[in-house]
Design a protein around this ligand. Structure first.
Ligand code: AVJ
Ligand code: FE
Length: 433
């Protein structure tokens, strides 16, 4: 009955709220007060801003909107409105200090649990109310990944620790053929899918080849050593312009030592691991590498078809491996590890076509601009996706080791400026058939 369904849903939501909060707490308790309030990079907010912003969004959507309750604090909304002040100026705002922030997010959360207990989760209210909770869980997890990227930019002794990912294994072929024809892209029935993933619609894709694994550090190092950054022909006009003004010579966090490379991640400097997917490259670097390799980046529909389409049944799956939720055996997600796993580490996560590690490890740049699917409807607010549609942003797919499984699906669409590389972004190559 719907009563039981509602109670079950309440439990699941409560569990997800606790899980995301445990992660936010761990990310912010790992550093001292000074590290919480300072800006580790102009590209990022102070960690204490992300934490209070998580609480403020939760207050706006769940306490005030779904719950219809009085504000917890109405005086601070504007400082935590991501559209009002850009990341670079946030340290200058009269922000809550770390202990006020912890108090605030705790107060909000207390009310949220009260709202969760009482809110109707039946009939027509189920979808919209349950979605609001799901959206807020995903929002917190998205900011947790952003905070993880801030940790990566922070200098000093390591404060985050995690066991290494599973070891790699041989992936039999380097690329697979995906036959041309239509497939169903996007979704109309994933309960937590955000507006830009909807609706499901048929898309025709020409035949193409796609690499079975993301491009590795070892492969990328060859490109650098071959002079790829100095070869004008490999770069687009925009890419070359950026490579020149930003003085790009290798992925972010790499340092060259003669003909080898070390990289620094979360306070640890070590030689690059050749079999690990390359991470912290921008779209332009990915594009130049692909051209050097005689290939190109996949389009967004190609990526999704390679990830979800089952040629045998003609059906589109939820995930590359099938319809079951991701587990530790399928993908490197959820910050269980602090790095991408070597190629071949997740044979059980491969798609029907034999494409590995589409989910997790590194976000993958596609060649596509971020735009609406046919039939797109804003839900629930235009600032989630609509205001970003257009040629300024490129789509990334699949999630990274820092993305929680609650905040990514095979339909999930991330986007960023093509020059950004502090995010956990890598890529794989494709080519025309
Ligand atoms: C989907 C990752 C691009 O971080 O800018 C967080 C998610 N939206 N708060 C971002 C988001 C509002 C968004 N990305
Ligand atoms: Fe946000």
């Amino acid at each position: 009955t719907s009563q039981i369904d509602g109670d079950r849903l309440r439990e699941q939501v409560a569990e997800q709220l606790l899980r995301s909060r445990a992660r936010s707490t761990a990310l912010t308790d790992a550093v001292d007060e000074h590290d919480l309030v300072r800006q580790h990079s102009k590209l990022m907010s102070p960690l204490v801003w992300d934490l209070a912003h998580i609480g403020n969004q939760e207050e706006l959507w769940l306490v005030r909107d779904v719950g219809g309750r009085e504000p917890v604090r109405s005086d601070i909304d504007e400082y935590y409105d991501a559209f009002k002040f850009s990341r670079s100026v946030r340290p200058e705002l009269p922000l809550l200090n770390p202990s006020e922030t912890r108090q605030y997010v705790g107060d909000v959360r207390g009310k949220v649990f009260d709202v969760l207990e009482k809110v109707p989760l039946q009939g027509r209210r189920l979808v919209e109310n349950a979605f609001a909770f799901g959206m807020i869980v995903q929002h917190e997890q998205q900011h947790d990944e952003t905070m993880l990227a801030t940790h990566q930019l922070r200098t000093g002794e390591p404060v985050l620790h995690a066991p290494p990912p599973p070891s790699g294994s041989l992936v039999p072929t380097t690329e697979v053929f995906i036959p041309g024809g239509p497939f169903e892209m996007g979704t109309s029935d994933e309960p937590w899918a955000l507006d830009n993933e909807r609706p499901a619609h048929a898309v025709h894709v020409d035949s193409f080849f796609i690499d079975t694994t993301p491009v590795t550090n070892g492969e990328y190092a060859q490109f650098v050593l071959a002079g790829g950054y100095d070869d004008r022909r490999l770069w687009t006009d925009e890419g070359w312009e950026h490579r020149t003004t930003a003085k790009l010579v290798a992925p972010r966090f790499w340092q060259r030592e003669e003909n080898s490379f070390v990289r620094t991640a979360f306070g640890v400097t070590e030689p690059i691991v050749p079999d690990e997917p390359v991470v912290h490259v921008c779209f332009h670097e990915a594009q130049a590498y692909a051209r050097w390799a005689g290939k190109r980046l996949p389009t967004e529909p190609e990526w999704e078809k390679a990830a979800r389409f089952d040629t045998a049944s003609g059906k589109t799956r939820r995930y590359p491996w099938g319809d079951e939720q991701p587990t530790e055996a399928h993908a490197n997600l959820g910050q269980r590890h602090l790095r991408p796993a070597p190629v071949g580490a997740y044979p059980r996560g491969a798609s029907p076509a034999g494409v590995h590690q589409l989910m997790g490890d590194v976000w993958e740049w596609t060649s596509s601009d971020f735009g609406p699917y046919p039939g797109f409807e804003v839900f629930p607010y235009k600032e989630y996706s609509e205001v970003f549609f257009g040629p300024d942003y490129k789509v990334l797919r699949g999630g990274s080791f820092g993305t929680d499984s609650s905040a990514v699906r095979a339909t999930f669409r991330n986007w960023d400026y093509p020059i950004r590389r502090q995010i956990f972004a890598g890529f794989r190559c494709a080519r025309d058939a």
